[in-house]
Design a protein around this ligand. Structure first.
Ligand code: XMP
Length: 517
């Protein structure tokens, strides 16, 4: 399968480049800058990402361009463009002032394949402290803005090999209005992608591969009710049917009625699911615990215990299925050059039971998982469900956790979420679908005075949180309509005993996080 390699030099937007390439129905892999796969016959082009470094920093990430130059078309973005220019004989210097924000391409070589279909004056997004002041000999300047002479340059293909292009702006970000077109020109026209990476082709090839990989083996998979594990389960069951056993643990801190509803959904999808109600154990172990990290540890430990006890009953299982997705696995580089890897799995189980991992979604981004889910005919409410943290409402109750508090929060949360689902905006989309994630938080360590009828109340506030995001790494609070907030607030205070005040969380991430604990 054709692929584009994106070499990551540590920019915050590297994943976004990957997503844009995938939107062009083209497979791509994001690799640390120094891990270029030699001898991979499927590579059709290379993109060099931006970086927090200047090319002059002693710690700056560097590669030997000779290993790719001439062999594949290359597109350098921001630092990628500066690094190529600097390495190949051009000049990069600190810009008189940091070049940041929206700019417009005042000259463009519209005959250059990279700019096919561009409009003069096209808005682009710049974000760099250095700037290219001279390009290598034989290279051409192909676009400028008022303040950035070498906004884009190229070395055209020769008889000896492929060309290279550099852009000092970020085509992957939304504010570069024709950025997707530029990436399409590179990926499709210059690299020759046939754009055959689609949800349908993914399902066909993956089911065939899973059949070959799993043979007659049995697989166990932990379902969470979330989209990733659900789509992974349906894919695996397409390949091996009932030889997949799914386990769904109810720790008692799911949303209102969620366990029953999700179990029904799973059964309708033909999945072989064991539902385990372990809420008593979780509540007992959490009694009196107020420290957020401690809560998470207890829940994690209990979850593994309950899951393992069920899984061990399936004595002939050889595989552990997981809904790991690509962003969970990308080795992203932080500024110190350390590789951070966050790979979630059900700790301990594979080792103890000698299970091999089966992760059919490990190459997909979240939006692609949703596309695959739709392709598999899964119900929309399961596919478009907001992310929900593994420890559930436990991290949305400040203070210790009791079944009564969970019930109060479930009721408040249910009013909020139902409201979001029912509110249709002018463009026909529901508020639920417009936000990345939403939920209520019970501030059970706080009490405030209120008045209801003739009675003084002294009860807990509920905070509502709704955020917009693309990957949960950064998030902004959602600007929900006032009429909606007014109604939800009234409904919660009138209908949920134990709550007499509703607040809205207007913090962005960073510096706040999405969850309160
Ligand atoms: P934060 O609070 O770190 O959350 O901004 C980012 C995203 O991760 C989710 N989250 C979790 N998901 N297990 C999970 O499966 C967890 O322990 C966990 N903690 C946070 C959170 O809901 C948000 O989508």
């Amino acid at each position: 399968m054709q692929k584009i390699i994106i070499l990551d030099f540590g920019s915050q937007t590297t994943q976004l480049i990957g997503r844009r390439v995938r939107e062009l129905d083209t497979f791509c892999e994001i690799l640390p800058y120094n891990k270029f796969p030699q001898d991979d016959p499927d590579v059709i082009g290379v993109i060099l990402s931006g970086s927090p470094f200047s090319v002059y920093d002693p710690e700056a990430f560097k590669i030997d361009l000779a290993q790719i130059r001439g062999r594949y078309p290359i597109l350098g973005i921001c630092y990628g463009a500066q690094f190529m220019s600097h390495t190949l004989g051009g000049r990069v210097e600190p810009a008189p002032s940091r070049e940041y924000g929206r700019q417009h391409l005042t000259t463009i070589d519209l005959d250059n394949p990279l700019f096919k279909g561009f409009d003069l004056g096209s808005q682009v997004w710049m974000s760099h402290g250095d700037t290219i002041t001279a390009i290598p000999e034989g290279f051409q300047c192909i676009a400028s803005t008022e303040s950035v002479k070498y906004a884009a340059y190229c070395a055209t293909p020769t008889a000896h090999g492929c060309g290279l292009w550099g852009v000092q702006f970020h085509p992957e970000v939304f504010h570069s209005v024709q950025g997707s077109l530029l990436l399409k020109n590179f990926v499709v026209d210059i690299c020759g992608s046939t754009q055959s990476w689609s949800a349908a082709s993914f399902v066909d090839t993956t089911v065939t591969e899973l059949k070959a990989q799993l043979g007659n083996d049995r697989v166990i998979l932990g379902l969470s009710g979330g989209v990733d594990s659900s789509v992974a389960a349906v894919l695996i069951s397409r390949a091996i049917g009932d030889r997949l056993t799914c386990i769904f643990v109810d720790h008692g801190m799911l949303r209102k009625n969620e366990f029953t509803q999700v179990m029904e959904d799973y059964k309708c999808l033909g999945l072989n699911v064991i539902g385990v109600d372990a809420s008593e154990k979780f509540f007992a172990d959490l009694a009196g615990v107020t420290d957020p990290e401690q809560k998470r540890k207890i829940i994690g430990r209990d979850f593994i215990e309950v899951f393992n006890a069920e899984a061990k009953k399936i004595t002939d299982a050889r595989w552990l299925g997981q809904g790991t997705i690509y962003p969970d696995r990308i080795e992203s580089l932080n500024i110190t050059g350390k590789v951070i890897k966050s790979h979630h799995n059900v700790g301990g189980l594979p080792k103890e039971m000698h299970l091999q991992l089966c992760e059919p979604l490990k190459w997909l981004f979240k939006d692609e998982v949703r596309r695959v889910g739709r392709q598999l005919g899964m119900p929309e409410h399961l596919i478009s469900r907001h992310p929900f943290p593994g420890p559930g409402l436990a991290v949305r109750i400040l203070g210790d956790i009791t079944p009564e508090k969970v019930q109060i929060l479930q009721n408040a949360d249910d009013i909020f979420i139902r409201g979001l689902r029912e509110y249709v905006c002018e463009d026909g989309e529901t508020l639920y679908n417009k936000v990345w994630q939403a939920g209520a938080i019970l501030l059970s360590t706080v009490r405030s005075v209120g008045v209801m009828g003739d009675e003084r109340t002294y009860e807990h506030p509920v905070a509502l949180r709704a955020v917009t995001s693309t990957d949960a790494m950064t998030a902004d609070w959602a600007h929900l309509p006032y009429d909606f907030m007014a109604r939800v607030s009234t409904d919660i205070i009138n209908q949920v005993r134990g709550v007499n005040r509703v607040c809205y969380d207007i913090s962005s991430k960073p510096p706040a996080t999405i969850e309160w604990e």
